[in-house]
Every structure is written in C-alpha cells, then in structure tokens.
Design a binder for this molecule. Structure first.
Ligand SMILES: Nc1ncnc2c1ncn2[C@@H]1O[C@H](COP(=O)(O)OP(=O)(O)O)[C@@H](O)[C@H]1O
Ligand SMILES: CSC[C@H]1O[C@H](OP(=O)(O)O)[C@H](O)[C@@H]1O
Length: 399
C-alpha cells in the first residue's frame, strides 16, 4: 500500500523542518508552491524573516502541464534525486545538493538556490554571465567522464546502468524529440503559418533517416549517466557560479545528448534574440551566444581529455588517441541532438520562452523559421563538422 499523498504548503514546511538539516528548523514558518516547469510541484519554504531557506520538490502522478489524462511514473523522483546525488559526488560545485529523498512520497528536499537565477530568464533579458558556458562544460565533462567506461569498473558500470533504467521518461524524449515533429501528431503545437515548413519535415527522407540514427543511439548507447534535460531552464546562475537542477530524465545514454541539448538551447536563444532585444543589443547578445558555444565546447573537450589522461582505468580505452576519437563522435552526436532540440521546441509540445514570449507575430514567426532551418541543417551536416569554428561558421550561414 503506497503512502503517497500530494503535498500541501503545510506538509512542505513540516518536511523541511524534519529533513532540511537546519540548526534552527522551528524558524521555518510557511511555504509557497512556485513550480513553473512541465512536471512537478516545487515549494519554497521560508523562515520567519521571509527568507526562502529550503526547497521541497514532489513528483505528481501525472504530467503537470497536461493534467491527469497523462499519467506518469512517480519513480522519476528517485531517478532525479539519485542522478543529482551521483552528479554531486563528481561535481559538487555545479550540482544542486539533495538533502533528503523519500521514495514513497516521491519527495526530495534540496539546497535553496533562490540567490541564483534561472539562466534562460537571464539570457532572455540580455544579462550576460561570462563564466556560465565554461562552467556548464566543466559540469558535463566531470559527470559524463566519471560515469563512463573510461572511469568506472565494468561491473560497477553495468550495475549503474541497471540502477538508472528510466523507461517512462526516456519514452517522453523518444516521442517528443524523434517522432512527433516528423509526423502529424495531436501533441504538436505550431502556428498555421509554419505548415509548409512542418510538412517539409515530414517529407524529408534524408532528414528522417538522420533522426532515426540519433534516436537509435539514444535507445542503445549507454555511454554515461546523462542529466537528460540540460536546457537553460535547468541551470541556475549567479555571478561566477552555476548549478544544474531537475535531472528526472537521467539515464545512461549517448554522451553527446547532454552537450547537444545545452547547445540547442543556446541556439534557440540565438534565434529568438532579434525578437527579444533592441537591434544593437540583440546583435551583441548573439555574438555572446556564439562565444558561449565556443567556450562550452572547448572547456568540455579539454576537461574530458585531461580527466581521461589522468584517470582512465580501462586498458583499451586508455590507448593513445582513443579519447580524441571518442570525443569526435560525441560532438557529431551533439550537433545532431542540438538540431532535434531546435526542431522539437519549435513545432512540438514543449516550447521555450526565448521564442514564445516574442510579442510581434511576424518577428516570432521569422525566429521560428530560423530555428527550423538551422535545426534541419545541423541534423543533416552533423557528421561533417569537425571543430567548433566550423560549427559556428555553419550557424552564421543560417542567420
Ligand atoms: N533548488 C532550487 N532553488 C530555488 N528554486 C528552485 C529550485 N529548484 C527548482 N526551483 C524553482 O522551481 C522551478 C521548477 O523547477 P524544476 O525542477 O525545473 O521543475 P520541473 O521538474 O517541473 O521542470 C524552477 O524554475 C525554479 O524557479
Ligand atoms: C511532457 S514533458 C515535456 C518536456 O518538459 C520537460 O522539461 P521541464 O521538466 O524542464 O519543464 C522536458 O524537456 C520534456 O521534454
């Protein structure tokens, strides 16, 4: 018999008092539900001075943004907590700290990051965090390397793959990224004016073949413990600091998926900027986004290479030149996955504020068209791009 019940604000306060690890838990007095994501309840728990001190997050037995007609496993809370705990072990400076997890209630208690801001909002407002991209590269290099066959003993790696089997959440990604945009589906959501571009997606056999290969690798390549949904809304930033949250899509998948999702979201912002900021500021912010992608790419590559040099345990994977060969494949995958993120956020169920909050209809449509054209091109040319300079040059071609 399950003890699950949906938390009220009062429950959240009691839970935070009991499990928040504060020296003075009685000072916690009230809570507010602030969840703005697609899936879960998130409570901020405040003290008697009105300061938010602890976060209590609970999975609902359905998809929040759709409702009870779309039931969803509560086990996603365990997968989120365990992924973040594993990532914290390898990169505490860039991962939110999970303080407590209860599987029956699907509730976790975590570090309050209210002094940070969600990166997506900052990117939309034109606020620049010059270290964020390189910190995100550091986070992904650390967590992907330390959960890969380069580092883990083969037995431990296989046990970890089993612990992080996440079929229900993976199915959402499999459908939303790789199926829906390429067929007529009731979940799709795009303006009528985009119909001819969207019909062209359905008819493009080369594109669909490339998407099939990306989906197949997502199904079958258990390379590392991914965050699984590392978009700019899953990243908190502050001056010189960055922390990842929201890892309920975590599982062992192709290492290029996370860097691809991150780059895809920087590019969605790039596409939206002309509709978000005045002309001159938008042009400057676009250059910053391209510089962000460069920083992210270089940091990830250099850190992963350095970790592989110092810490590879497997004899064959330690062969000189193998890490570079592996990383070339990771980047080819990442470019393809970035393309699928651009497309699914434009025509699929779940959009991004970087484009949807553009108030001028014609401008928003132009930005959506650019995202689609860029997404398509990236999927098709992914395997031909060998370094970030070539990648940036290709992005500029679609501007
Ligand atoms: N550790 C945290 N500290 C402060 N605010 C948080 C924290 N975690 C989540 N939030 C707030 O809750 C919102 C939704 O959280 P998120 O984990 O993205 O939920 P979902 O799983 O539903 O997508 C975030 O955008 C942020 O405003
Ligand atoms: C039906 S879930 C849609 C979408 O929502 C997730 O994002 P988030 O939880 O961060 O809001 C994820 O990107 C899913 O693809």
């Amino acid at each position: 018999m399950s003890h699950y019940r949906t938390f009220t604000a009062r429950d959240a306060v009691a839970w935070a008092q009991q499990h928040g690890g504060l020296a003075n838990p009685e000072t916690l007095t009230h809570a507010e539900e602030v969840g703005d994501g697609n899936l879960n309840l998130v409570f901020k728990v405040f003290d008697n001075a009105g300061i938010s001190r602890i976060i209590v997050k609970q999975a609902l037995p359905y998809v929040r943004c759709v409702g009870e007609s779309w039931p969803l496993t509560l086990d996603r809370a365990r997968l989120e907590a365990e992924t973040l705990i594993a990532h914290y072990q390898h990169c505490p400076q860039h991962t939110v700290h999970i303080l407590h997890f209860d599987p029956a209630l699907a509730v976790m208690v975590m570090e309050d990051l209210s002094s940070y801001r969600i990166w997506r909002g900052e990117l939309i407002r034109g606020e620049y965090y010059p270290q964020a991209a390189s910190q995100l590269g550091e986070y992904l290099a650390q967590v992907l390397f330390h959960t890969s066959d380069f580092y883990l003993h083969p037995h431990q790696k296989k046990a970890e793959v089993a612990r992080f089997i996440n079929p229900d959440m993976c199915e959402i990604t499999e459908d939303l990224f790789f199926n829906d945009p390429y067929c007529q589906h009731e979940r799709n959501n795009y303006p009528a004016a985009l119909e001819s571009e969207v019909a062209a997606l359905r008819e493009d056999t080369d594109l669909k073949l490339a998407v099939s290969a990306l989906k197949h690798r997502f199904f079958s390549h258990a390379e590392a413990l991914l965050h699984g949904d590392i978009h700019s809304g899953s990243v908190f930033v502050a001056k010189g600091r960055l922390k990842a949250i929201d890892a309920e899509f975590g599982f062992f998948g192709p290492a290029g998926f996370d860097p691809g999702t991150a780059i895809g979201n920087l590019l969605l912002n790039y596409c939206g900027l002309p509709g978000l900021l005045p002309l001159r500021e938008a042009a400057d912010a676009r250059e910053q986004r391209l510089a962000d992608i460069c920083e992210f790419w270089h940091t990830f590559t250099e850190r992963f290479q350095a970790l592989a040099r110092e810490k590879t345990r497997d004899q064959a994977l330690g062969c000189p030149g193998y890490t570079s060969q592996f990383l070339n494949k990771v980047w080819h995958d990442a470019i393809g996955y970035a393309g699928t993120e651009l497309i699914r956020r434009t025509v699929g169920l779940s959009h991004v504020a970087d484009i949807d909050t553009i108030t001028d209809d014609a401008m928003r449509l132009a930005c959506q068209r650019q995202a689609l054209a860029l997404g398509k091109a990236l999927i098709l040319i992914a395997d031909k791009i060998d370094n970030v300079e070539e990648f940036i040059a290709r992005v500029r071609q679609y501007s």
